[in-house]
Design a protein around this ligand. Sequence first.
Ligand SMILES: [Zn+2]
Length: 50
Amino acid sequence: MTTDAAPLGRCPECGRSVPSGWALIEYERANGEQGVFAECPSCESVIRPE
Ligand SMILES: [Zn+2]
């Protein structure tokens, strides 16, 4: 399934939806899930989308 157009999640700082194109780094969490760091287009912070 392709989720290219789906947003990464919400910014924990300002609550804005973060588009997939703003992802910076993907990593693997301790529990094996894929995590991602992204730059928030609204507050310009590096955040982990929720
Ligand atoms: Zn934000």
